[in-house]
Design a protein around this ligand. Sequence first.
Ligand SMILES: Cc1cc2nc3c(=O)[nH]c(=O)nc-3n(C[C@H](O)[C@H](O)[C@H](O)COP(=O)(O)OP(=O)(O)OC[C@H]3O[C@@H](n4cnc5c(N)ncnc54)[C@H](O)[C@@H]3O)c2cc1C
Length: 374
Amino acid sequence: MSTEIHVAIIGAGVIGLAAAREIAGRGKGVFVFEKSRTYGLETSSRNSEVIHAGLYYPEDSLKAKFCVGGKTLLYKLCEKHNIPFKKSGKIVVAVDENEIAWLDRLHEQGRKNGVEDLRRLSQKELKKLEPNIEARAGLLSPSSGILDSHTLLKFLYSQAREKGAEFVFDTEIVGLERTGEKYRVEIKDREGISAVISQVVINSAGLNSDRIAQLVGMDIGEARYKLNYCKGEYFSLDSKYRNLVRRLIYPVPEQAGHGIHWKQGLDGRVLLGPSAYYVEAIDYAVDETHKQYFYNSAKRFLPFVELEDLTPESAGIRPKLQSPGEGFRDFVIAHEEKAGFPGLINLIGIESPGLTAAPAIARYVSNMVAEFFH
Ligand SMILES: Cc1cc2nc3c(=O)[nH]c(=O)nc-3n(C[C@H](O)[C@H](O)[C@H](O)COP(=O)(O)OP(=O)(O)OC[C@H]3O[C@@H](n4cnc5c(N)ncnc54)[C@H](O)[C@@H]3O)c2cc1C
């Protein structure tokens, strides 16, 4: 006989943790299965730790809605629970004349998404705010900021546990099958393979989330759930660069990422990144030969940067629905009732702004669960 549970969450990244906290808080029995030895070792701890304002995404998209909503919730959470953060503000810069039209588009998009506090900056205004930045114009986003994502993850984990969620580490989901009204969730741990029966399954398996959908029998080609891996590397800058720039500085966005930006973290260290290029396999090594590319990108608006001051730092991998060259793809956050899987909630393609959006996504998913049990 297999153990019966209410809700199985697959993956203890920021999405699984935030969802566990919300759902356990509503009195449902929650088990979180995580293949690694602890929470948050994948994408949730390999990112820029930026609280995004919500400029980049089409209005009415889930990315826009949950970024703007998540930002407010996240700042409140950080303030209330002493999670280190800084509302530093951010400036997107146009380096040449052609990029100015981009700033206007971003400004307009941000406004449509409900980001009310954006301000266009002339070259003179930009110089006044950030004397060390070289650019033709800027777009100031006062509500962007940075946070300590590790403390956030720890907080979500502790609160989820306090509310009654159970965490099962070193345990990989290797099978998922609909049996009657429920799901048979097959797990692999040190002792071998066993199973639990769950009424609800939340697939927040990050880079593996498309494969989990496939395990249950969904046609991920037809559903357009197949993920691509898009790597983002960071280089750090020598400590002499500290405090030369006060805000986050971003170039105009690239096709697959937000562009190589400047960030001085809460620990004072300055990072450049992340790059964005598609890879076949998950590998977090930083390729040192990419240093020149980082230097060239940064030099455009940070003229004081010297090549020898860049050191390879870290990397993360985006779970991207968008294939190379494809247009915008939104988060998939779906109760798969219509596809014949009532009680299965898929979260696929939760790339940036997933960290910012996590608290809002968790509420949304928790409401889906409440509706299911109603
Ligand atoms: C380079 C980069 C920069 C980014 N910068 C930002 C930023 O500045 N701001 C922002 O808002 N967002 C940012 N993001 C996005 C953000 O980091 C992600 O959206 C978020 O961390 C996704 O969290 P997650 O819980 O979905 O995934 P993950 O953190 O990857 O968690 C998924 C978990 O599932 C587990 N798992 C997988 N398969 C199984 C299985 N079969 N059984 C059990 N467990 C399993 C994994 O071990 C993992 O712990 C960035 C992402 C990248 C890559």
